[in-house]
Design a protein. Structure first.
Length: 164
């Protein structure tokens, strides 16, 4: 999505919220955008359009996005907590600006959190190591059918559908 099409889809209030977040930490903008762009490139390469669904590839994408944002911000701050807080703010805001159905949103928020949880073991890892780690965890992802079931899988990636 380009900036023009994004701007047409968001309200003035949403645009102000996004701008406000970015103004809080202007030095974090470029590393966050790089992580976002790299996440999409990796997922397009590995999964083509499948990562836009509610399948395992989507769980991978959300976890990867959070790991890469955290890792990029950690390189600047040397502080895991600050990195995780920033990634949570950005990815939670994304979910508010581009809302899904309640179950899909809960899945995305959960997979974002799991990705941030992996920061401790992945903060100094190479991109290849991160991808391998996340692919292994994606294979173990748990299928859920309702929001409350997500709570049963606190440390696991979750997905909603196996259909294409």
């Amino acid at each position: 999505m380009n900036i023009r099409s994004f701007a047409k889809q968001v309200s003035m209030w949403q645009l102000l919220r996004l701008t406000g977040l970015m103004l809080l930490k202007p030095l974090y903008i470029i590393p966050t955008l790089r992580a976002t762009k790299r996440t999409m490139a990796i997922c397009n390469s590995l999964y083509e359009k499948e990562h836009h669904s509610n399948r395992k590839a989507n769980a991978f994408r959300h976890a990867l996005w959070n790991v890469l944002i955290c890792q990029n911000i950690f390189k600047m701050t040397k502080n895991e907590e600050k990195s995780m807080i920033w990634a949570r703010k950005v990815t939670n805001l994304h979910e508010k600006l581009a809302p899904n159905a309640p179950l899909a949103m809960a899945m995305d928020l959960h997979n974002n959190e799991v990705g941030r949880m992996y920061l401790g073991s992945l903060k100094n890892s190479s991109e290849e190591e991160i991808i391998t780690f996340l692919q292994e965890n994606t294979q173990k992802a748990k299928k859920v059918l309702e929001i409350k079931a997500i709570l049963d899988h606190k440390n696991d990636l979750v997905y909603l559908s196996e259909d294409k």
